[in-house]
Design a protein around this ligand. Structure first.
Ligand SMILES: C[S@@+](CC[C@H](N)C(=O)[O-])C[C@H]1O[C@@H](n2cnc3c(N)ncnc32)[C@H](O)[C@@H]1O
Length: 195
């Protein structure tokens, strides 16, 4: 794949894709959405190793990322990767109502804490998520770390839990993941589903 600015921000350098994907309890036939996919490495790994009968949407508002994923898809003859350029704070018109089993966001939502539009994102995602669908978020734990966003814009897991609770979601899984540091691991993985 060609170089572009989001490679600098790809989590592939510091988080293990299998550590993440193995905790999602995927059956293998799901419709998965990597929202704010960047280089799309999670969507690609998901269809390669975890979704033999499923498919993945890779969604980002940064055009060059989606262009590169389209090139990758064409070069490798991949059918079950659907690349979509869209702003997830807006309605994602390319994706149908009630069509996604799992929406996944890796190192994305701290940006919405900073911009104050996390609620917009949840409201837009609700339309495309199946009624029994799940939302998985992987984020930096709210501790000082040698790289990544400032602590003030890192969501604590219980902060996200409160926001999702107000939209009728309950936490069904929470685990610390990533690199070890003096105050524990770098990240957490949290999964929500409708109550
Ligand atoms: C820190 S990068 C993480 C990329 C990837 N998830 C990873 O962990 O490797 C954040 C990504 O979210 C995307 N993003 C930010 N705001 C977005 C929005 N409103 N709609 C869609 N994508 C967005 C950015 O373009 C970027 O690719």
């Amino acid at each position: 794949m060609q170089e572009h600015k989001h490679h600098a921000k790809s989590s592939i350098k510091f988080l293990d894709s299998d550590e993440i994907l193995s905790q999602l309890n995927l059956k293998g036939n799901e419709v998965f959405m990597d929202a704010g996919c960047g280089d799309g490495h999670i969507a690609i790994k998901a269809i390669e190793d975890y979704l033999p009968d499923g498919c993945a949407y890779a969604v980002d508002n940064y055009g060059p990322s989606i262009d590169e994923l389209e090139e990758f898809k064409a070069e490798n003859n991949i059918e079950n990767l659907i690349n979509v350029q869209a702003d997830i704070t807006e309605d994602i018109v390319q994706i149908e109502d009630n069509s996604i089993d799992m929406i996944f966001m890796l190192n994305v939502v701290h940006g919405f804490k900073a911009s104050g539009n996390m609620e917009d994102v949840i409201e837009k995602l609700l339309r495309i998520l199946k009624s029994d669908g799940k939302i998985t978020i992987v984020e930096f734990r709210p501790i000082e770390w040698s790289f990544g966003p400032p602590v003030e814009i890192k969501y604590a897991p219980d902060e996200l839990e409160g926001i999702f609770y107000s939209y009728g979601f309950k936490k069904v899984y929470l685990n610390d993941i990533g690199e070890d540091g003096p105050d524990g691991k770098s990240h957490y993985l949290i999964i929500f589903e409708k109550e």
